[in-house]
Write a protein that binds this ligand. Structure first.
Ligand code: SAM
Length: 494
């Protein structure tokens, strides 16, 4: 596997300082990615070592491994700590016995060894025969059940990008939940390597909180009571513009059932001790203050109802043809782009919700010419019905043109980002969702343009770049059904 296949990349040496520094880090790392360098910022490594209890005299004679050690970002800090604690006369022998590493890329491993030599030399140990191996950690069994600490930043690769290794990954239990990432398998092999009182500390994508792929892993964390600490880095992107991460500490032989939940603000900041009854909702993980999780649970468990429908707007599959301010004529309707709240016009080849035959449209010479000029690209779309090349690519949103509705954008950071707009009968919506309801606009506005709605959406943690959160039409419906009943009661139930 080449370095370029590994999307985890270098951020700045010091990534502390909130989302702005995350964006800066992202710029730095895309340059480093093209240079093929991959390692974890030192501040994050130290956080993970501290949170995992790899500190002080207790690390002596304890086996520790980084099973995807790269050029040694973790191992060099581990060796440094060991050297500080160990008596010099035993140092060389103990480093050889207790520090372990695996790395699949020989070039990276070579750099790692040099780095470890340099650290040890500062403490007077030379010629250390390091137990760092070039190999595939998925096949290494010699460490199973023996490690006190498994620490690192495992590779983050979608399994369908794995090529030949795909089959060897699929046999792991944590890879059975759908479109899997390799990091989930590294949780499994990491846990296998631990002895019965061992501790695992990783930084990985946080997608396992709610992904289908993470379902087997989540189940096992809950059933075996492994989750000890969790630091959610939320929007802060330490490695990759597309990866949202968390530091996760798992402990075998735990007595407490709670997890210590931290946010990351210039380092881990304790928020709450949470039990599975708090953070496990409908088989998924959600982390926040306890009171917020209680409210989230109430919403998610009481969101049934039929007072609201939330649907996706037009999908023409060729907006450049169907949507333009310049369109005129009897087949044109006003449309709003839900994501921006801007009104424009759409060519709408439908009457009473049914597609108008092309021959009929073509009786208008202007329209015929417009269609003919664009026929090639309209036919190139992946259409539900290839014979209907003059139609929108999908039928969604078409019948509701004749109804009263409200458009809404699907990406927000705070209340001021919410764009809720009235769309009277005769108008269309594209580029987002719309709501069908009989409640007055003012009531709808009160429910949606609220801090409570923004908090709900942020807890769903569908992170997008720029500090935005996404929500789906279903997320919105569930919220509205619950929030309406809570605010206005059931007296008007349809
Ligand atoms: C995200 S990097 C982390 C490197 C290092 N732990 C750090 O934090 O700087 C992941 C490393 O895993 C290595 N890797 C990928 N697949 C591997 C496998 N099957 N066995 C061992 N190492 C692997 C990659 O070459 C890469 O160096």
């Amino acid at each position: 596997m080449s370095e370029t296949e590994t999307p985890f990349e270098v951020a700045e040496r010091n990534t502390r300082g909130g989302p702005a520094s995350g964006r800066r880090a992202a710029r730095v790392l895309s340059a480093q990615k093209s240079a093929g360098r991959v390692y974890t910022p030192e501040s994050i490594v130290n956080d993970i070592l501290n949170l995992s209890g790899y500190v002080g005299k207790r690390i002596l004679k304890r086996h520790v491994i980084d099973n995807s050690c790269g050029d040694g970002a973790f191992l060099s800090r581990i060796v440094e700590r060991y050297c500080r604690e160990c008596e010099p006369r035993r140092l060389k022998r103990e480093l050889e016995e207790f520090v372990h590493g695996i790395e699949i890329d020989a070039g990276e491993l070579g750099k790692c060894v040099k780095r470890l030599d340099a650290v040890a030399a500062r403490y007077g140990a030379s010629g250390v025969r390091w137990d760092v191996q070039c190999g595939d950690a998925l096949k290494a069994r010699q460490y199973d059940g023996k490690m006190d600490f498994v620490l690192g930043n495992p590779p983050y690769i979608r399994v369908h990008n794995l090529g030949e290794s795909f089959d060897s990954v699929k046999r792991f239990a944590f890879a059975r939940g759908g479109m899997t990432d390799l990091y989930l398998v590294f949780y499994e092999i990491g846990l296998q390597m631990l002895n019965d009182r061992g501790v695992l500390g990783y930084i990985t994508p946080s997608s396992f909180f709610n992904s289908l792929a993470g379902s087997v892993f989540r189940k096992s964390l809950a059933e075996e009571n492994l989750l000890a600490k969790l630091v959610d880095l939320e929007h802060l992107q330490v490695f990759d513009v597309a990866a949202y991460t968390a530091i996760v500490v798992l402990e075998k032989a735990r007595k407490a059932r709670t997890v210590e939940f931290c946010r990351y603000e210039n380092g881990p900041r304790f928020v709450a001790n949470l039990s599975p009854e708090d953070y496990l909702i409908d088989g998924k993980f959600y982390f926040s203050e306890k009171s917020e999780l209680d409210e989230l649970r109430r919403v998610l468990e009481n969101g049934a109802g039929n007072r609201f429908e939330v649907k996706n707007g037009f999908a023409t599959l060729c907006d450049a043809f169907f949507i333009s301010d310049r369109l005129t004529g009897p087949r044109v309707v006003p449309v709003i782009k839900a994501s921006t709240g801007k009104w424009t016009k759409a060519l709408f080849p439908y009457a009473d919700g049914k597609l108008i035959p092309y021959e009929q449209l073509a009786t208008d010479p202007e329209l015929k010419r417009y269609y003919e000029q664009n026929a090639k690209r309209l036919k190139a779309r992946s259409l539900e019905n290839p014979r209907e090349w003059h139609a929108f690519g999908r039928t969604q949103g078409i019948r509701d043109v004749y109804k009263n509705k409200y458009s809404i954008n699907g990406l927000i950071r705070d209340k001021s980002d919410i764009k809720l707009n009235r769309c009277p009968p005769g108008t269309g919506v594209y580029g987002g969702c719309y709501i069908l309801t009989e409640i007055p606009f003012e009531e709808l506005q009160e429910l949606i343009c609220s801090d409570a709605f923004v908090r709900y959406v942020s807890l769903l943690r569908k992170y997008k770049s720029g500090g935005y959160y996404a929500f789906s039409s279903r997320d919105l419906k569930v919220y509205l059904e619950y929030a309406y009943r809570r605010r206005f009661g059931d007296k008007n139930e349809r």
